[in-house]
Write a protein that binds this ligand. Structure first.
Ligand code: SAM
Ligand code: SF4
Length: 492
C-alpha cells in the first residue's frame, strides 16, 4: 500500500490506521501486489482548529472524507491524530463497509486513556461517552475498557511509589508453535545452553536485586516469563528458584508467577518445587481444547495432557492458576472455540486470558494472511471473543487487564479475566506502566517509570541467548545498573 502524507502527522500512526481497514497490508514505495491500495492524508493547522482530509483507494474505487478538531494541548491524543483518525475512519468505512470496534484508538494500551480520565475525576459514564464520541469506539468496547480501567484504578491507587517488580526471562520452548508471535528458542543447540544461561541469569538476578536494594525500592511482584519457563528441568528450576528466594523472601511479595504454559513441560515434581518456593501463580495453557487444531498449530500436546497438567497444579496447591486461550486459530470456528470456553470455565481457573490471534511476519504461517482477511473469519472470531467475555462475566469473572497487538484478526483485543481478588497484578503494573520493572535475561526489557508516571525509560538486554552468553562480564546488566541509578537519582 502506498501512503502520501502532508502536514503534522506521523507515518506510523497513518500506517496503523491503514491496518484497521486493510489488515495484514504491507507498506511500500515500490509497485507491489497491494499497489491498488493507497492513502493520501493531509493535515492542516487552521489556527484554533486542525483539519484533516483523507482519500483512500482500493481496487473497487476511492472515498474521501474530512474532519476538523479543536486544539487541546492537554489531551492524551493530539488534535492532529483525532482529526486525521476521524477522517480516515469515515473514508475507510465508506470504502470497505468495515466499522472497526476500537474506532481510532490504535494503541496497545486502550485502558490508559480511560484510567487518565477517571483520575481526572470523570465518572464512568463520562469516560464511556468520550470513548464512543471522541474516539469512535463502539459502546460495547467502551463499556469493557471503562470497566477494566475502574478495576485497575483501584489496584493502581494502592501501589507505593517506591515499589517495583522483577521480570525474569526464559526465552526457550521445547518446540515452536506455528502461530507464536513471541521470541523463543527451540533448537537443540540453544536448549543445550540452558545450564550456562541459568548460571549467568542467577548472577544477573543477584546484581539486579543489589541495585534495587541500593535504590531503597521494594519488590512487590516477581514474574518468570517466556517462552516456556517450565522448559527448565527439575534441577534447573530448583537452581533458579533457590537463587531468587535466597535474595527475596516470597512472603513479602504480593505475587510470584511462573508462566509454565505448555502442559507437556509440566511434571508433579516441577510443581512441587514451584510451590515449595512460594510461587502463588502459574499458567497452564492450552489455547484450545480442540485436538485437531492443537495438532495443526504444532502445539505438541493434547487436550487430555492439558487436563492432566491442570489437575496436577490443583493438587500441588498453587493458589492461582491462569489459563491462556486464543480465538481465531486456523481450523477453529465458533462452535469449537465456544466449546473450549465452556469446558475451561467449568475447571474454574482463577485467571483466564483470552487472546485474539495476531499474525506476525515472523510466525511460521505468516503467508496465511488471507485467513485474516476473510469476512467469515472476521465474524467467527468476533463471535468467539464476545462469547468468551460474556461467558466469563456470567461465571463470576471480572475483566482486569487489556492489551492490543498489531495484526490481530478483526483488530480484536486480548483481555485478562479473574475471579475477584485474584487479579494478575504484574500484568496490570506492566501494561499500565505505573511501576518500574527490572528485567533480567536475554530479550528482557527493563522499564523505569518516574514517580508521576510521565517519564518512562526502557533499558534493553541482548535479544538472543548466544549474545547474552557472549558477554561474560555482563556489561549490559552493568549498563542497566548505571542507567537505573541515573534515572532514580535524576529523573524519578
Ligand atoms: C509468551 S506466550 C507463553 C506461554 C506458553 N509458552 C504457552 O505457549 O503456553 C503467552 C501467550 O501469548 C499468546 N500468544 C502467543 N502467540 C500469539 C499470537 N500469535 N496471537 C495471539 N496470542 C498469542 C498465547 O496465548 C500464549 O499462551
Ligand atoms: S506459544 Fe508458547 S510454547 Fe508455543 S512457541 Fe510460543 S512461547 Fe513457545
Amino acid at each position: 500500500m502506498k501512503i502520501q502524507i502532508s502536514g503534522n502527522i506521523g507515518e506510523y500512526y497513518v500506517q496503523t490506521l491503514c491496518m484497521l481497514f486493510f489488515p495484514g497490508v504491507k507498506f511500500s514505495k515500490a509497485e507491489s501486489a497491494d499497489s491498488a491500495l493507497s492513502a493520501v492524508v493531509s493535515v492542516e493547522d487552521m489556527g484554533d482548529t486542525v483539519s484533516a482530509t483523507v482519500t483512500l483507494t482500493n481496487e473497487r474505487g476511492s472515498e474521501t472524507a474530512s474532519a476538523s478538531e479543536e486544539k487541546n494541548a492537554h489531551a492524551k491524543v493530539s488534535s492532529e491524530q483525532i482529526a486525521c483518525g476521524k477522517a480516515f475512519f469515515e473514508a475507510g468505512r465508506k470504502l470497505t463497509g468495515l466499522n472497526p470496534s476500537w474506532g481510532i484508538l490504535t494503541g496497545v494500551r486502550p485502558a490508559k486513556l480511560a484510567i487518565a480520565d477517571l483520575n481526572h475525576g470523570k465518572s464512568k459514564n463520562e469516560v464511556r461517552n468520550a470513548l464512543t464520541k471522541e474516539y469512535l469506539v463502539t459502546p460495547k468496547k467502551a463499556s469493557l475498557v471503562t470497566e477494566i480501567a475502574a478495576v485497575e484504578k483501584e489496584i493502581i491507587d494502592r501501589v507505593k511509589p517506591t515499589s517495583c517488580s522483577l521480570y525474569i526471562s526464559i526465552p526457550f520452548c521445547p518446540s515452536r508453535c506455528s502461530y507464536c508471535s513471541f521470541v523463543s528458542f527451540t533448537s537443540a543447540k540453544l536448549l543445550g545452553l540452558l545450564d550456562s544461561y541459568l548460571e549467568r541469569l542467577c548472577h544477573d538476578i543477584n546484581e539486579t536485586v543489589d541495585t534495587i536494594r541500593e535504590l531503597g525500592l521494594d519488590i512487590t511482584t516477581v514474574y518468570i516469563g517466556g517462552g516456556t519457563p517450565t522448559t527448565l528441568n527439575e534441577k534447573q528450576l530448583q537452581i533458579l528458584l533457590d537463587a531468587i528466594t535466597a535474595r527475596i523472601d516470597p512472603a513479602t511479595l504480593e505475587e510470584f508467577t511462573v508462566e509454565g504454559g505448555r502442559p507437556d513441560t509440566i511434571t508433579e515434581e516441577k510443581l512441587r518445587i514451584i510451590h515449595e518456593h512460594g510461587v502463588n501463580r502459574v499458567s497452564i495453557n492450552t489455547q484450545t481444547l480442540n485436538d485437531d487444531v492443537l495438532e495443526l498449530v504444532g502445539r505438541k500436546h493434547t487436550s487430555a495432557e492439558f487436563y492432566r497438567a491442570f489437575e496436577m497444579a490443583r493438587k500441588a496447591n498453587i493458589p492461582i492458576i491462569n489459563t491462556d486461550l486464543i480465538a481465531g486459530l486456523p481450523g477453529e470456528g465458533f462452535c469449537s472455540f465456544s466449546d473450549t470456553i465452556d469446558r475451561i470455565i467449568d475447571l474454574r481457573p482463577e485467571n483466564l486470558t483470552f487472546h485474539t490471534l495476531a499474525i506476525k511476519n515472523a510466525a511460521d504461517f505468516a503467508q496465511q494472511k488471507d485467513h485474516m482477511k476473510s469476512m467469515h473469519m472476521f465474524s467467527e472470531t468476533s463471535k468467539c471473543v464476545d462469547y468468551s467475555q460474556l461467558s466469563a462475566k456470567n461465571a463470576g469473572y471480572i475483566p482486569y487487564y487489556i492489551y492490543r497487538q498489531k495484526n490481530t484478526v478483526n483488530n480484536l483485543e486480548n483481555v485478562g479475566f479473574a475471579l475477584p481478588g485474584t487479579e494478575g497484578l504484574y500484568n496490570i503494573y506492566m501494561m499500565e506502566e505505573i511501576q518500574t520493572i527490572f528485567a533480567v535475561g536475554a530479550g528482557a526489557v527493563s522499564k523505569m517509570v518516574s514517580r508521576d508516571g510521565k517519564s518512562i525509560e526502557r533499558i534493553f538486554e541482548y535479544k538472543y541467548p548466544y549474545e547474552y552468553l557472549a558477554d561474560p562480564d555482563g556489561m549490559k546488566n552493568k549498563e542497566k545498573r548505571e542507567k537505573s541509578l541515573h534515572f532514580y537519582h535524576n529523573i524519578w
